[in-house]
Write a protein that binds this ligand. Structure first.
Ligand SMILES: [Zn+2]
Length: 275
């Protein structure tokens, strides 16, 4: 059984679409595996609850397709479909459909998923942050399992890694957060039938665009300050739980954005696997 490399991202199989011999062949070929950390969470009235998971899987498939062209195998692993509660006020948790797990539950789940992959022989696992609140559990699991097992677990935060060039892709010049132009554009590229553009409306929190204090950005954006409570009026007027300009999104922007992100992911893996 040899591993078949797919260069068309739409044909790169999901983990659950593969057979057991496929996985054995991937391990025998020393393939790394990438596990996207998604969420089941409200994304406004215009995007589906699984938006983060869909994007994480699509980023992973596109990276796998890019690497396949160079003969480098990458298995798209099982996605984690749940994350911890959103940061206070940024994305209201009271909105219908959001399903959260605690940081401890996510850590335990991710640990056990990764441990199974290690038991089956994978020696390199990439954890792809596709839901920002999953960052803390992700780092703990990567560090602990790398220390405890023969595997090398590497975390990927494309929000920082793909930043050069990312802003220039977007039509809006304002910050785009949860459910904003970037996410909406990628969902238009991934699953246009699930996007309700007629429901998309803009919202911008009252946060300073150019922070007066150096380093004042959240850690998942490469910043130096962790803020977990907004108790002034930063998010007044938020109606449907999103931030940004989703109505400016196009599938074309989504394709370009995926291209940038997948190229970054592939460049990390190519570098790590260099002879
Ligand atoms: Zn999202």
């Amino acid at each position: 059984m040899t591993l078949k490399l797919e260069t068309d991202p739409r044909r790169v199989p999901l983990f659950e679409e593969r057979t057991s011999p496929d996985i054995a062949a991937a391990v025998a070929a020393n393939a790394p595996v990438i596990v996207p950390l998604g969420a089941t969470e409200q994304h406004g009235a215009h995007l589906p609850l699984g938006t983060d998971t869909y994007q994480g899987l699509d980023m992973s498939r596109r990276a796998a397709a890019l690497l396949a062209k160079e003969g480098i195998p990458l298995v798209v692993g099982p996605a984690i479909p749940f994350g911890p509660p959103p940061f206070l006020s940024e994305s209201p948790r009271a909105m219908a459909g959001t399903i959260n797990v605690s940081n401890d539950t996510l850590r335990a789940l991710l640990h056990d998923v990764c441990e199974s992959l290690v038991v089956h022989g994978f020696r390199r696992i990439y954890l792809l942050l596709a839901n920002v609140e999953s960052e803390y559990a992700m780092h703990i699991v990567a560090k602990e399992l790398t220390e405890k097992t023969k595997a090398n677990i590497v975390t990927l935060n494309w929000l920082v890694g793909a930043r050069p060039g990312y802003k220039a892709l977007l039509k809006s010049d304002k910050p785009q957060g949860h459910g904003g132009e970037g996410e909406t554009a990628r969902m238009l590229a991934t699953a246009p039938h699930l996007v309700r553009m007629e429901e998309a409306r803009p919202y911008h929190p009252k946060l300073p665009v150019d922070p007066p204090v150096h380093g004042d950005a959240l850690p998942y954006l490469g910043g130096a300050i962790g803020r977990y409570r907004y108790d002034r009026d930063e998010f007044d007027g938020m109606v449907d739980g999103i931030t940004g300009d989703p109505q400016l999104a196009t599938a074309e922007t989504g394709e370009k954005s995926y291209g940038l992100i997948a190229t970054w992911i592939a460049s990390v893996i190519r570098y790590d696997l260099r002879p």
